[in-house]
Design a binder for this molecule. Structure first.
Ligand SMILES: NC(=O)c1ccc[n+]([C@@H]2O[C@H](COP(=O)([O-])OP(=O)(O)OC[C@H]3O[C@@H](n4cnc5c(N)ncnc54)[C@H](O)[C@@H]3O)[C@@H](O)[C@H]2O)c1
Length: 267
């Protein structure tokens, strides 16, 4: 937008998983608004080149790495105004494959990995950052959920399970942190334009589990009758709302999960 309406210039914000997909779109939007952005990701995105952009190689499942980098930002920049818990993975699988082969069934390893990346990371980051936000008596935490967490989604039991947990943690921490002038919000995107989340193996597994061809699965993304607005969402349409929620224009919003899903309400 470029007219500074959001008033975010010089604020300090951490985005996890900012090197690709939705996170990258959020990083770009915040940089446009003059925010000092710290991207916590496993690898950098070399295409982002901006004086206010800082990359920190962080595995969001690792408490020690998170705490070290949060402390470094606090020591060097003196404040942390926003945290966007965006990093996430989706490992598709069904509870039971009736053909007895075990193919595409959920496993214990997939459970542990999904919980660690999607849910534990939100706990570890929120705790480390909220300790600082309480000191400064202000801050906003935005957690990335999914629209399908409320309705369920065939072949995505662990993924939506962690997102349902994120919804509940969001509402709880909004209640705990409100007295320190800290807002906690959830964002629940629906069917979006393609990101790395949708790999070929992911599509193969979901198509198998849902009993459709990969082509039919893909058609559903762009022409889903379940989406009233009749199209997939743009990543920038998520970033716009996240930036607004991080701004003082949303100063009385907390403890809610907002669908950004074109009116879709069933997964
Ligand atoms: N794409 C969608 O359609 C969609 C829909 C609803 C919700 N979401 C949610 O939005 C978020 C972003 O999804 P996306 O589609 O942009 O995914 P993506 O795979 O394109 O990007 C995810 C980013 O997270 C990073 N990441 C993964 N594991 C990490 C770890 N252990 N430590 C640090 N960084 C790590 C990756 O390196 C990558 O840069 C996720 O939480 C996802 O569940 C996405």
């Amino acid at each position: 937008m470029g007219n500074n309406w959001l008033n975010l210039a010089n604020k300090v914000m951490i985005v996890t998983g900012g090197s690709a997909g939705i996170g990258n779109s959020i990083v770009k939007k915040l940089l446009e608004e003059g925010v000092l952005v710290a991207n916590f990701d496993l690898k950098n995105n070399d295409q982002i080149n901006h004086k206010n952009y800082f990359f920190y190689k962080v595995d969001v499942t690792k408490k020690s790495e998170i705490e070290r980098q949060v402390e470094e930002i606090w020591q060097t920049l003196g404040r942390i105004d926003g945290l966007v818990n965006n990093a996430g993975i989706a490992l598709p699988g069904m509870l039971v494959n009736p053909d007895d082969t075990g193919k595409y069934e959920l496993t214990e390893e997939m459970f542990d990995r999904t919980i660690a990346v999607n849910q534990k990371s939100v706990f570890l980051l929120s705790q480390a950052v909220a300790r600082k936000m309480i000191k400064q008596q202000s801050g906003v935490i935005v957690n990335m959920s999914t629209e399908s967490a409320r309705e369920g989604s065939v072949g995505q039991g662990f993924y939506v399970g962690t997102k349902g947990a994120i919804n509940s943690m969001t509402c709880t921490w909004a209640k705990e942190l409100g007295k320190y002038n800290i807002r906690v919000l959830g964002i629940a995107p629906g069917i979006m334009e393609e990101t790395n989340l949708r790999s070929v193996n992911y599509e193969k597994a979901l198509a198998f589990i849902r009993g459709v061809s990969i082509e039919e699965l893909r058609k559903g993304y762009v022409n889903a009758s379940s989406i009233p607005l009749g199209r997939a969402g743009k990543l920038s349409e998520v970033a716009e709302v996240v930036a607004f929620y991080l701004s003082d224009h949303a100063s009385y919003l907390s403890g809610i999960i907002t669908n950004i899903a074109g009116g879709k309400s069933r997964g």
